[in-house]
Design a protein around this ligand. Structure first.
Ligand SMILES: [Zn+2]
Length: 416
């Protein structure tokens, strides 16, 4: 009896939470569905339907120009040539090589940034050739992030073709070095932060969006011992022993699901030869959480384990911090105009219950760190990113482009 009562209470609480959420969302869904019904918006969607083959061809061509981080110039030149044909007020490169295009509004609206990153994770010189099999297109980089580069280009053409004018300015940014250092977005945000109202990073996430950045700390931990030959008496052990013990204990740590927290030990190393006890045995830790307190907490817990295992083996421990990126969460952002509008756009495009999460790890994190309202979402259903098997469902890019168009106009607002 008591159990069923508590389940009932939980259910009531859940329903009233959902009801509260629906009430908050309602004005945005009403606005977005009215916008989607406008003749000009329909005409921009028709443009996408009429140009499916051209979109697929261009998407393929851009993907086949490999652009490893730091080597984006050739791809950028190709994109620039396309932009020169559109109705844009300004096309330029900034100091680090981001390609930026301004579609000026009629006035009185916000400045809205859409970005996609030009760089890929594949090595220079890799020959890329896309293949299509049964509605799926395969090519390294086809999804991450070329689907979104193409979505931005096609969306500008569609807005032009449908004579859509927005009140706010749309600033399109094709960034460099997202996959490595965020050098591109950091420069862009530094140069423009005073004028940006909304920032949308198009990267991943076909269904749903992220509105917070997960914090990421990378470490390399070393156990340092005297080393020696396999048969030497002292020390009794290789530095790999405390390493093994420590790894096992770290993996026994309970990680909360909420706030989302993850860790991974992906690399390790020891002696250079089989017949030597390691004097330096090391491993990496990739620690992630949307809570900076939890990042600190787990950093300390891991440090304690390392210290204990080093002492137990009579060795010392040395920690290198490879990088630290704090979590980026804006207070009240879940109910902001940007997040609620983007959620309403998702629903309008047929995703009934889009996942809205705070675990983003892309250019939007950098904007959020500067206090700029930012989200990330994407324009197609793709898988196996960062691998040679990367692929996308072709059909989904067309809906994805329409989603991007609707989001652009909903945020910058249609001008009569
Ligand atoms: Zn990406």
């Amino acid at each position: 009896m008591k159990k069923s009562l508590s389940i009932l209470l939980l259910l009531v609480a859940f329903i009233s939470m959902r009801a509260q959420d629906t009430t908050k969302l309602a004005p945005y869904t009403a606005q977005v569905s009215a916008l989607a019904a406008e003749a000009q918006m329909k005409s921009s969607f028709d443009f996408v339907d009429r140009n499916r083959d051209a979109i697929l061809r261009e998407w393929t061509t851009i993907t086949e120009i490999n652009a490893p981080s730091g080597h984006e110039q050739e791809r950028a030149k190709y994109i620039e040539k396309l932009l020169r044909k559109y109705k844009l007020q300004k096309i330029y490169y900034d100091a680090v090589g981001n390609l930026i295009a301004l579609r000026k509004g009629t006035g009185g609206g916000p400045t809205v940034v859409f970005d996609s990153h030009m760089d890929t994770v594949f090595q220079p010189g890799l020959k890329i050739k896309a293949t299509v099999r049964g509605g799926t297109i395969y090519a390294p980089g086809i999804g991450d992030d070329t689907r979104n580069v193409e979505a931005m280009l096609a969306s500008i053409r569609a807005l032009d073709a449908a004579h859509v004018k927005t009140k706010g300015d749309l600033l399109f940014v094709f960034t460099v070095e997202e996959e490595t250092t965020f050098k591109g977005v950091k420069q862009f945000v530094q140069d423009n932060k005073s004028k940006i109202n909304y920032y949308v990073a198009l990267d991943g996430g076909y269904e749903g969006l992220t509105y917070g950045g997960i914090g990421i700390n990378w470490y390399r931990h070393h156990f340092i011992g005297p080393g020696g030959h396999t048969r030497s008496r002292t020390p009794p052990y290789s530095a790999t022993l405390p390493l093994a013990r420590a790894i096992e204990r770290i993996y026994e740590l309970k990680l909360p699901e909420n706030p989302p927290t993850n860790l991974n030990i992906g690399m390790l190393g020891g002696s250079q030869v089989v017949n030597a006890k390691a004097s330096d045995a090391w491993f990496t830790v990739d620690l992630r959480s949307t809570s900076n307190e939890l990042l600190d907490d787990y950093e300390h817990r891991i440090a304690r384990i390392l210290q204990e295992e080093a002492e137990r083996a009579g060795m010392t421990v040395k920690t290198e911090v490879i990088s630290r990126t704090p979590a980026a969460i804006l207070p009240g952002h879940r109910d902001s105009t940007l997040v609620r509008t983007a959620e309403a756009v998702q629903i309008q495009m047929g995703f009934t219950n889009p996942p809205v999460t705070i675990t983003g790890s892309n250019n939007s994190n950098v904007a959020l760190h500067e206090g700029i309202p930012a989200i990330s979402t994407g324009a197609g259903d793709c898988s196996a990113s960062h691998s040679l098997e990367e692929n996308c469902q072709i059909e989904t890019i067309y809906g994805g482009i329409k989603k991007v168009i609707l989001l652009e106009v909903a945020l910058a607002q249609l001008s009569p």
